[in-house]
Design a protein around this ligand. Structure first.
Ligand code: PMP
Length: 280
C-alpha cells in the first residue's frame, strides 16, 4: 500500500524514518485516527480540532494549516483500497541529536499518514458485545493529549489480551477513567453517564457525539465522577471508539453486566449512531 511521508507518497515497505526521529527516541509526537465511510471522513472537523489541541499541548508548531490536514486525509481516503477506511496520521517533533529539550532551531516535523480497511462491527458483534476486565489506570496525567507515548495503554491492553478479553476498564483512585483505547459509559436508571472530560481521559470524538445522540434519543445524559461501585452496579456499560463505534460491554471481570444482553439505552444510541453515519 501507499503511505504519505514528509510530502511524498511512497510504498509502505519503502517508507523510512531516521533512528533519531524524536517519535522513535522519546515518543515525542501526536496522532489521530479518522474513520471514513463510503470515502467520506466521519467527524473530520472534530478530529482536526483535537489534532490542533494535541499539537498545541506539546508545543509542536508544524506550519501546516487545518486545510492541509483535511486535504491530506481526503487524499489518503481516495487512495484507500476500501470504501470504508481508517486514516492514521502521526506527527513527531522531527529528527535531531538525542537531547530531551526541543531542538533549537526547530527542525521539520515528521509527518506520516496511512490508510487501512475499516471493517465495521457486524450485527453479530453488536449482539455479542465486548468482554472487559477492570484494572488500575497507571498512565500519566495528560491522557487528554493524543500522544504516541502509549506504553501505559499498551501494557493495560496486553493484560486484557492475556486474560482473553477485549478491553480493560481503568480506574484511578476508584473512579472510572476510560479503556486502553476507548471511552467507557455507564447507564443507571435510564441515564447515560460519562466521566467528566479532563486531563485523565482522552476526549474521544464519540464523547461529544454520544451526548448529542443521547439528546436526540431522549436519553438523559450526565458527565460526572463515576465510582467503581457504580460501574459494577451498572444497568448497562457502553464502549466507544472510532473502530468500535458504540458497542455494549456485556461482561466485566467474568460476571454479566446487567442481564448480560444489549440493553435498551445501547439500542437507542446505536440506532442514532447508524443514522448519523447514513447522513454523511
Ligand atoms: N480513549 C483512548 C485512550 C483512546 O486511545 C481512544 C481511541 N482513540 C479513545 C478514548 C476513543 O477516541 P475516539 O472516539 O476518538 O476514537
Amino acid at each position: 500500500s501507499i503511505v504519505y511521508l514528509n510530502g511524498e507518497y511512497v510504498r509502505a515497505d519503502e517508507a523510512k524514518i531516521s533512528v533519531f526521529d524524536r517519535g522513535f527516541i522519546f515518543g515525542d509526537g501526536v496522532y489521530e485516527v479518522v474513520p471514513a465511510y463510503n470515502r467520506k471522513p466521519f467527524r473530520l472537523t472534530e478530529h482536526l480540532q483535537r489534532l490542533e489541541r494535541s499539537l498545541q499541548s506539546i508545543k509542536l508548531a508544524t506550519g501546516k494549516t487545518t486545510q492541509f490536514w483535511a486535504d491530506l486525509m481526503q487524499e489518503m481516503i481516495n487512495r484507500a483500497k476500501t470504501d470504508d477506511s481508517f486514516i492514521y496520521l502521526q506527527i513527531t517533533r522531527g529528527v535531531a541529536k538525542r537531547e530531551h529539550i526541543f531542538p533549537v532551531p526547530p527542525v521539520a516535523p515528521t509527518i506520516f499518514c496511512s490508510s487501512g480497511p475499516f471493517i465495521r462491527p457486524t450485527a453479530e458483534q453488536r449482539e455479542r458485545g465486548i468482554r472487559v476486565i477492570s484494572g488500575p489506570d497507571e498512565r500519566w496525567l495528560h491522557c487528554d493529549i493524543k500522544s504516541v507515548s502509549l506504553l501505559g495503554n499498551v501494557l493495560a491492553r496486553q493484560v486484557a489480551a492475556e486474560r482473553g478479553v477485549d478491553e480493560v476498564i481503568q480506574f484511578r483512585n476508584d473512579f472510572l477513567t476510560e479503556g486502553s483505547l476507548s471511552n467507557m459509559w455507564v447507564v443507571k436508571d435510564g441515564t447515560l453517564l460519562a466521566p467528566i472530560k479532563n486531563h485523565l481521559i482522552l476526549e474521544g470524538i464519540r464523547y461529544g457525539l454520544l451526548a448529542t445522540l443521547a439528546e436526540r434519543a431522549g436519553v438523559p445524559f450526565e458527565a460526572r465522577n463515576i465510582t467503581r461501585a457504580e460501574v459494577f452496579a451498572a444497568d448497562e456499560i457502553l464502549v466507544t471508539s472510532a473502530t468500535k463505534e458504540v458497542l455494549p460491554v456485556l461482561e466485566l471481570d467474568g460476571a454479566p453486566v446487567g442481564n448480560g444482553q444489549p440493553g435498551p439505552i445501547y439500542r437507542k444510541i446505536r440506532a442514532e449512531y447508524d443514522k448519523e453515519i447514513s447522513r454523511l
